[in-house]
Design a binder for this molecule. Sequence first.
Ligand code: DX5
Ligand code: ZN
Length: 216
Amino acid sequence: MKIAPSILSADFARLGEAVAIAEKGKAEYLHLDVMDGHFVPAITFGPKLIADLKKMCTLPFDVHLMIETPDKYIDDFVKAGADILSIHAEASIHLHRSIQHIKKLGIQCGVAINPSTPLSAVEYVLPDIDLLLIMTVNPGFGGQTFIPQMITKIQQARTLIDKFYPHIQIEVDGGINIDTIRLAAQAGVDIAVAGFAVFGSPDPIIAMRNLRVASE
Ligand code: DX5
Ligand code: ZN
């Protein structure tokens, strides 16, 4: 299982250190949660912070936009250094068009779905995306509890993707810890985002190692 630590649970006054820790712990991606106070209740950060972190980090940036009207900001986040840019299906009125916009800019495109959104809502865009981000909590905050009913959705996605779109990676986000990462791995997840389980832990590097071991 690939691990994508989310800096959401890190100390925002010491983000440089958090990024260095993610690199030292051999994370496969750095997960960056952009929240606008509209699509989700909280507000986090925007392209400038991502561009500044990009200068000091060699990990691929996995940028998760939890914002309304994502089309307005796609260019800014690509310019800031996103390697994968995920938009929410629920926030995109013309999802297919937004995906084409991201792909045209030459980076990988992800589509995220909230727990209440069925897989069928995004089936028609699967031929065009690189990553399917299945939310395992209602997005907006770190440290929430994994919703176990999402396992069925992950299994369905795995079956569909294996059959028709094997290039797509499945990512899960929310409530990942050493117990839930095992369930996610068994259901066929490729990438697990972990915020609180890594940066809420006294030793984030050991926490990342424990997550990896638990997923094997
Ligand atoms: C949730 C965010 C997540 C968050 C996960 O709204 O999209 O990426 O950082 O945090 P944990 O792992 O603490 O649930
Ligand atoms: Zn996220």
